[in-house]
Design a protein. Sequence first.
Length: 208
Amino acid sequence: MVVKAAEPQSLTQHRAQAHSDYNNYQQKDELRAALVNEQKGLCCYCTGRIRADVARMKIEHWQCQTTYPQHQLAYGNLLGACLGGEGQSPANQHCDTRKANNDLKWNPANIAHAIEGRLRYLADGTVESIDAEFNVQLNDILGLNLAFLKNSRKAVIDSVLVWWRSTPNARQKVQSQIDRRIGQFGELEPFSPVAIWFLRQKVGAAVA
């Protein structure tokens, strides 16, 4: 889940001006930095790495500008996303690039949507949701089960399993592992939410 912080002052000031819109907002570098910082360097959708650079991330409008122009400068509607295979064939695109102007049922930055509780991960790296509509969106709109994304998540899950199986009294040490992976400051490791989810599942599961 993305925890929104205070918006950049430049965005607040720009929104207060007459005839302001997203296209004539000039301080997008400041906005990128704020989004990457609050997301701890992870894409809002796939949780891969992003950087506060126009060549390494996109500013995502969860509700697209075309359909919802009234929200184009609403900070709660703005997220940091990876490039998502921009320039590749549509079949290889994901995240914001693939989403385009489509709607999503749940917003990762809306605490009321409780996005983390709607996702689960399989041992092969597949991400899915018990919400049938959202599960279709994960695949068809966001492309989150492309092979390389599944493989990236599987590598994280495998590393957690290695730790679990090789650590004496692992169950008593899970919370410290979660705390280390969450981190209060700085960047998170790519796909770390997968590891955190899997560790939380292991607390209530029999040792594999």
